[in-house]
Design a protein around this ligand. Sequence first.
Ligand code: BES
Ligand code: MN
Ligand code: ZN
Length: 498
Amino acid sequence: MSEPVTIQFAKHGAALKGVLIVLTDDTLGFGKATQKLLKPASGAIARAMDADRFKGKLGGALDLLAPEKLDTTRVVVLGVGKAAELKDSDYLRLGGIAAGRLPGGTREATIIIDLPGRSLPASAAAEIALGVRLRAYAFDRYKTKRKEGESEPTPLAVILQVADEGLAKRAWIAREAVADGVTLARNLVNEPSNVLDPPEFARRAEELRSVGVEVEVFDDEELARLGMRALLGVGQGSIKESRVVVMRWNGASAKSQPVAFIGKGVTFDTGGISIKPAAGMEDMKGDMGGAACVTGLLYALAARKAKVNAVGVIGCVENMPDGAAQRPGDIVTSMSGQTIEIINTDAEGRLVLADVLWYVKERFKPRFMVDLATLTGAILVALGQEYAGLFSNDDELAGHLAAAGAATGERVWRMPLGPEYDKLIDSRFADMKNTGGRNGGSITAAQFLQRFVDKTPWAHLDVAGTAMGSLSTDINKSWGSGWGVRLLDKLVADYYEG
Ligand code: BES
Ligand code: MN
Ligand code: ZN
């Protein structure tokens, strides 16, 4: 993959390299360091602002080409709006916008982190750098040709000039870990299923050992011994073996109860015998977006040495039709001992999660469990692609997730649970069935999961609308967005660390 951006820091006043990017607010003033720099061209810049009716609004930008008297080919003036109201999420966006303004083939750019009348927090530079990294990501490892006029992938160095280099560098260490975690999650989601099958997913998770994550991998034989018959039933039509991967980051004392994250890792979902229509089925390579997020999150927590004990467990299977595949009407016994009648083999994610949730609850007795799953098409009908669906048995956990969502822009919308919905999945032949009918499809799926969490504080995030086929934003142009890594890193940082 090309993610050829390196982030560097320098002090205000250091030599300029490449495209110059400066910040201004809605007064169209510049900070001291910027003023000094732009002085020889200040008249030209003022005229350009005027000619372009540039008002310094948040996210607005003005390009000046080959400015006379300045030693650069290009100046980008980036508006921040009301400087006093800037939040971390604004800096993040500004970094994305800045990166988006660089013409293809740019090798170097210098961003002056400076605004009139106030000194910026160290986090500002780090958030801008994170935005640059996320925006510059592209998954092009399978492209062997370029279109005409397309510039060749060039390594880009972005230098952030700051008042205090040491502070900014320290802030960046933690944010770089998150950038790398999001990148890992995006790569996993974008990867095709002939490459990323369950065993390969497990191998990629094992690479987290390099940052100090303990990784255990369970194969078919081990999973059978554990009694994960619901999960194994989904994988039994595939020639690929299934895998459950346990990742553990121990950043707090051994006595500290862990937090747990669980991910659906269906590396390809054909629907199985209840096969899906052909149109758009290729998107089902992304049906492991939940597991990708959990893997990226564990990477980020470990790489930034978060003071928390965190467990990440992913259930990786391939859902295929075959002579050996599971049938509608089959009844499987889950690890919990509860039996499940299979009505539709395409409702496979909940079968995978049922066993993994039960396993995590029993083995780790965590403070809470958050699962992420591209679980239902119905969540797209309900919420579109702006919010993930949030289902929870715990108001505090749900509140923390909502707050972290608002702060990071990875937003969640709480949906209902209740006995009226739960009874829709009672089965005539077994303890429950794996679908509850068309109405409230995301809710009955969540009800199903709730039958495997007991009293453990739990939240389920239905990320079918957010993890793949993602909206294009200032910080994301990728099909696989890596959704949830920033959200859950923030959840841990704000409420469960230390
Ligand atoms: N992986 C799909 C859900 C999905 C749909 C994710 C669209 C991303 C985009 C899931 O396994 C599935 O097939 N769900 C069925 C459930 C139904 C059979 C009860 C669905 O949503 O149609
Ligand atoms: Mn399915
Ligand atoms: Zn699925």
